[in-house]
Design a protein around this ligand. Structure first.
Ligand code: PHE
Length: 460
């Protein structure tokens, strides 16, 4: 079951690519850094025992996330095609392209709730700048409720988010995505550091720091392990084709394992820095760390409102969150645009407009499920929570499982080694054999074991 060893020609001769290695790194990092770092990571860590969860998460990133990310980028670069066609071109006539089909579906599913949250974040920048978040803590719950539950404003902001992302994606890979993200990433880091310095200089900040770094092993359950695994997939944007698509724009000379390692480390650093901007302030002002998703929209504004320069910091904080969310949404939309463009031979403008319209349509009921459609429940969850849970905890890990199996078992070892060492231009032989082992055995076994124990088939 081996595919031809030589790399196919690009799908279209004029296929765009990242112009520089730093651009490729920035775009990939821009996809990884997102609401996951600021909205999911701190709230999951807060609910699941702080440092213990961080530790589990790091294990998932290193043993499963990183190998899958490297595999995906490599699939994309070898095939030079979108997430669906990539598998078709490398292994024609085989069902592996279903990984890509599921990936495009996941891109829609994630976008449907992600754009809603991004919309709230955009709205909060406006609210913070206007000073309407500088109110008593108990009023903030009402403001958040009103932000997410109307029939017009949540949709309006969701469409703004889709519009901003579409405007970037429409300009193309190098002229749009690479250019925009290269400017946004440094801004994000500076804004994050401003928040960190402010939070860490508060009296009592240390409690928050130790909360994030002191392990409490009594909190570990299999559900917590699955949550850590799901977060690793969501965070690194893997298991659904975003990395395959971005890999397809990378230069043949790009050192993929190195780029992936840098992205995983920098992304984890950003999650920890976000935690350090949030928890010290939460503790210093006597709030609860385990508020879940409302941590971002209720606790944070409350905390920031009560400190000096609070209004400025709130604007800064939501701006950096919006930047992070936008970089991630760009990659989600690009998965769909690359596929639509190459599958139906549409111009980039048309493919983007079609993707935007489709995303607005699927996003609508999901967004409204926090308000007028809240009554629709599936497995006890509203549509929003259902899609959030299903993508992170099922679709992405299952996608990752098959990607690992594909590269670990279908590709021969020499193929993998040639792809990771750029045909022996780089000295990556150790990395290649390590990746081979991780993709063949460790990652699939870990994902399968976590799933099986979650559904109760194996006991831990
Ligand atoms: N990695 C992004 C985040 O942390 C989310 C994402 C998932 C983006 C999958 C692209 C693909 O917010």
């Amino acid at each position: 079951m081996r595919e031809p060893e030589n790399t196919p020609k690009p799908a279209t001769p004029t296929r765009d690519r990242f112009r520089s290695s730093i651009g490729a790194l920035a775009a990939t990092l821009g996809s990884a850094i997102g609401l996951g770092n600021i909205w999911k990571f701190p709230s999951l860590a807060g609910q699941n025992g702080g440092a213990t969860f961080v530790l589990l998460y790091l294990l998932c990133v290193l043993l499963v996330g990183l190998p899958v990310m490297i595999a995906e980028l490599t699939v994309g670069r070898r095939a030079r095609a979108n997430a669906v066609h990539a598998y078709e071109r490398l292994t024609p006539g085989k069902p592996w392209k279903l990984i890509g089909v599921a990936g495009v579906a996941s891109a829609f599913m994630i976008m449907s709730f992600y754009t809603a949250v991004a919309g709230w974040v955009y709205a909060y920048i406006a609210k913070a700048a206007a000073g309407s978040l500088a109110v008593k803590a108990d009023a903030l719950g009402g403001i958040f409720g009103a932000t997410v539950s109307g029939n017009f404003w949540p949709l309006f902001w969701q469409w703004v988010a889709i519009g901003v992302v579409g405007a970037v994606v429409m300009r193309g890979v190098s002229g749009g995505i690479e250019r925009a993200i290269k400017r946004l990433m440094p801004a994000l880091l500076v804004l994050l550091l401003v928040c960190d310095i402010r939070a860490l200089s508060l009296p009592g900040a240390w409690t928050g720091v130790s909360y994030l770094f002191a392990p409490d092993f009594s909190k570990v359950t299999i559900g917590v392990v699955l949550a850590a695994l799901g977060l690793a997939f969501f965070k690194l944007s893997i298991g659904m084709g975003a990395m395959t698509t971005y890999g397809s724009y990378m230069d043949p000379s790009e050192n993929i394992p190195k780029t992936a390692l840098r992205v995983a480390l920098a992304d984890t650093a950003v999650s920890l820095l976000a935690g350090l901007a949030i928890f010290p302030a939460v503790f210093a002002f006597g709030f609860q760390p385990n508020a879940g998703a409302s941590l971002l929209f209720i606790t944070i504004p409350a905390v920031f409102a009560s400190m000096p320069f609070g209004r400025v910091i709130t604007v800064v904080f939501f701006t950096l969150t919006a930047i992070a969310a936008t970089g991630a949404m760009i990659s989600l939309m690009e998965v769909v645009v690359a596929w639509l463009g190459e599958r139906f031979r549409l111009s980039r403008t048309r493919a983007t407009l079609a993707a935007m319209a489709a995303m607005a349509v699927v996003g609508l009921p999901v967004n409204l499920s926090n308000g007028s459609l809240a009554g629709i429940k599936v497995f006890g969850k509203n549509l929003f929570d259902l899609l959030d849970y299903t993508t992170s905890n099922i679709m992405l890990p299952v996608g990752g499982l098959f990607i690992a199996l594909y590269v670990g078992w279908v590709w021969s070892y020499p193929t993998l080694r040639a792809a990771l060492s750029n045909h022996e231009q780089l000295n990556n032989s150790r990395v290649s054999s390590l990746m081979h082992g991780l993709l063949r055995y460790v990652a699939p076994a870990a994902i399968a074991a976590i799933f099986l124990s979650c559904i109760g088939l194996i006991k831990v």
